[in-house]
Design a protein around this ligand. Sequence first.
Ligand code: BTN
Length: 283
Amino acid sequence: MSADLTKSQFDYQCVDHILLKPLQSEAIIEGVVRLGVNDIAKLDVFSCLNSTNEYLLNEQHNANEVVVCLAEQQTQGRGRYGHQWVSPAGVNLYLSMLWPVSDEQQQFEILSLWLLLVIVDEQTAYGINGIQLKWPNDICIANKKLAGILLERRLRSKKSKLVIGLGLNVAMSLKSVVKLDRPWIDLISTKPDFAYSRNEIAADLLVKFHQTLCKFEIGQLENLPEKWKHYDMLFNQHVCFLKNGIEQDGLVNGVDESGNLLIDIGGDIQHLNSANVREIKVI
Ligand code: BTN
């Protein structure tokens, strides 16, 4: 959008914007199948849910099925650490994928980092520049949050349910009333001529998630520290953070192979797990 557009010209362009086309399950399924994934048992689009993650965690499905749901709006979208995920109608992507996992598989924290890298790859391929990752969970542009992932797990009879939830800010800036307590950004303000629909973005992401999950299951994902480093906004930064509720500070040195944050605290390199650390701030 050029800066000299009048408000009414801008509104007119936005009404027709491809990113505002409604989500449609048929279009997403068609995209997914075209890209070679045939084993999604069910893909539903809802106009409104409390939370797409909650919906899949509660639904009854066959133990081995991959199931996907999206909603145009969430009334109780949730983020990490108990945060709310603000989810206005018709302008973003709220997507969850249920992936069957065995009970022995315990290490899901690292999976979340791999999936963040997948999202960055996809957005970069779309021509979105300047994306950075803030461990453990944020995809940012110019220090503002673009997307986040929430992995949740619930035990069921023989297998566990793993639900991967993605929130991606797409065209939220078109809703002037949206207020968030943290700085945010969306695709349309980053690239006003964005030429893909939310259906296409969703299909691409689902296929890439699928490929990554398959590789994860057979231990084929390698070299996380090197890949993470390309986008790491904390690398070599002095940060303060809460570890088990106690404030500490140190110099970030990337992530290790298990997805822990490496921090030099007074000359001692510590490997911090995301379960124990929160509120990381650059100082
Ligand atoms: C975060 O960065 O804190 C994670 C945000 C995850 C939000 C998504 S939106 C779809 C899915 N359903 C939810 O309730 N949360 C996730």
